[in-house]
Design a protein around this ligand. Sequence first.
Ligand SMILES: *Cc1c(COP(=O)(O)O)cnc(C)c1O
Length: 393
Amino acid sequence: MTQATETFLDQTLVDLQREGLKRKLRLLSGAQSQKITIEGKEVLNFCSNNYLGLADDERIRQAAISCIETDGFGSGASRLVCGNMTAHEQLEESIAEFKGTENCLVFSTGYMANVGIIACLFGRDDIIFSDRLNHASIIDGVQLSQAKWKRYPHRDMNALEEMLEDSAPCRKRCIITDSVFSMDGDLAPLDQIVVLAKKYDCLVMIDEAHAIGVMGKNGKGLAEHFDVEDKIDIQMGTLSKAVGTFGAYCCGSNKLISYLINKARSFIYTTGMPPSTAAASLKAIEIIKSTPQRREQLWKNTYHLNDALKNMGFDTMNSQTPIIPILVKDPNVAVDFSKRLFEWGIFVSAIRPPTVPQNTARLRLTVMATHTGEQINFVCEQFKAIGKELCLI
Ligand SMILES: *Cc1c(COP(=O)(O)O)cnc(C)c1O
């Protein structure tokens, strides 16, 4: 490496360390579950997105294993070349059926889905209205698209309407939003967004990453929760969170999916996902459809934990989901809190800028359907004790 590069890397890392923002990887051994082993210590897991506890489900393991036995592991090529396998198509059919859309296309990850969909649908002559707290993959997709980019304050529908009114005419307009915001746990006002979209002739794209399997009567997401499914043009979501597996989907019309197959570069120029991964997702979707009890338990646990933490005096922001932030502001305090919890056998990660805005460092708890009432009570006791030690409550 050149001397200039060495200096640049050193300086950046030193700065991050000083600001309390340096990150490191923690090693998990064994399966992703409600109890995990981190660096040799068994801890209660309160920070995964595995909301329904499906990541290590026995039926999903078996589905993957039997697919490996028949179809092998790799898919060998892009799906447009010779990598389009039975499991991929079965999964897409099943998701389209579950979501009640004409068609579905699976991507390798949610990040790739957002970047690919947004960059191929929009360009210089288009304009995108995007919630300020949208996920990084949406931001990267918008930037890659080179479309005009208007960011409205988080969930602020008056500001969005002003922007829609003021914007110059252009070829296509689209409002893009996360359904459930990943760091705040609050909800996009989809009921109002679809009204504005109709009034101002906009497309609507939603990212259901934290909503699929969690929100709505049947777990179909926030569009189902607000009963606006037929008013959303592009329904994207990931299979990596509540679904417990890996990959992402885009649901929409036949025409949209056909266009994506031809134009989305993150679909075209990448190898198809391993068929066993698709088979695992197919099984997970089946489980989500047939066992609403898991989702019901997730919500019971969510209310239990959120109510208890709020009653102690913690600021859980505007959380309305199994994502429960505890605002502490100072990144060093967030890290200290997380360390103390870890000593008590509870794993909750500290979320710091740039993942969240300056001065809003927080602990981000996530609830799972498989947490027991006892485990939640234990977490509450420790939060109370540490919250007092750190003068947060
Ligand atoms: C996690 C997440 C993604 C990325 O999904 P991956 O499958 O992990 O790449 C995209 N959007 C949102 C809102 C997310 O929370």
